[in-house]
Design a protein around this ligand. Structure first.
Ligand code: NAP
Length: 247
């Protein structure tokens, strides 16, 4: 019988892992999403969508489905589900692994200002800044107090609710984007600053290369603190871990 594995997803590597394990034939792969995106990219596996309701219901789900191992392949900044996964795995006594792609590091020509959280970013913006605010939709409120600066926000789906910003424009688009596309975007909107998270990975990196090419300052948020959970940074290491913990 195929052994059930739960992957907390929402990332390219989560999808890649799900597809890889499904091809193996040994696993019943359940890929889980929070449900933030209307038309998410999905793996070719079983998918469940929506929050579990916290760590305790997640542990109950793990027990009811007979999950043999839990893999947290959520985004490096998805701290809430990561904390819940650690508590639930402990409660349900299943092995847990955190899969996170490596963080980016600055190279020659980058003008990075690393911040721990968004309030630190506010102080770095002059009044006449025109900002490409590439931080996702959930956290825009942190910039709602800025009345002079202009913000360009890019989203996959048209916003369903009003944005908590005063001067802004919305650009619709789903990555990955080429460096040329990103340079054209930054030029088209006369952007002076890029604000983003240190998400890592290939797909979202081109905006940083574009900022470098145009000598623009980048305000980049550091990753949240690491939880005491075993971790790897690649899909193949994850598959090897799984084969070892669920023989
Ligand atoms: P979060 O703050 O870590 O989690 C908030 C709540 O959303 C969790 O407590 C959980 O609800 C639910 N949730 C999150 N990920 C889930 C998953 N994979 N399956 C089922 N429920 C999930 O999450 P977030 O930072 O808002 O991210 C939400 C999703 O978007 C994640 O899957 C993440 O991989 C993806 N994502 C996040 C970012 C980012 O910058 N944060 C960027 C790209 C993609 P309950 O407590 O009700 O279980």
């Amino acid at each position: 019988m195929r052994k059930p594995v739960l992957i907390l997803g929402g990332t390219a590597e989560g999808r890649e892992l799900a597809n890889m394990l499904a091809r193996d034939g040994k696993w019943r792969v359940i890929y889980s999403l929070a449900g933030r995106t209307a038309t998410p990219k999905l793996p070719d596996t079983e998918v469940r969508i929506g929050g579990f309701g916290g760590a305790v219901p997640l542990a109950t789900y793990i027990q009811q489905e007979g999950i043999a191992a839990l893999i947290n392949a959520s985004h490096p900044f998805a701290f809430g589900i990561s904390r819940n996964a650690a508590a639930a795995a402990n409660r349900a006594a299943v092995p847990l692994l955190r899969l996170t792609r490596p963080a980016w590091t600055a190279v020659d020509g980058d003008q990075w200002h690393e911040v721990a959280d968004w309030p630190d970013a506010l102080a770095l913006l002059p009044d006449d800044a025109r900002v490409f605010l590439a931080i996702g939709f959930q956290e825009l409120r942190a910039f709602s107090g800025l009345l002079d600066q202009f913000f360009l926000v890019r989203t996959v789906d048209p916003p369903a609710t009003p944005l908590p910003l005063l001067h802004f424009e919305v650009e619709l688009g789903r990555g990955p984007f080429s460096v040329e596309d990103e340079i054209a975007l930054l030029r088209r909107w006369n952007i002076t600053h890029l604000i983003c998270k240190n998400s890592g990975g290939v797909g979202a990196y081109s905006k940083l290369e574009a900022a470098r090419a145009l000598s623009l300052p980048v305000i980049i948020k550091r990753r949240p603190r690491k939880l005491p959970v075993p971790g790897v940074s690649t899909v193949s290491e994850t598959a090897a871990w799984l084969a070892a913990v669920v023989p």
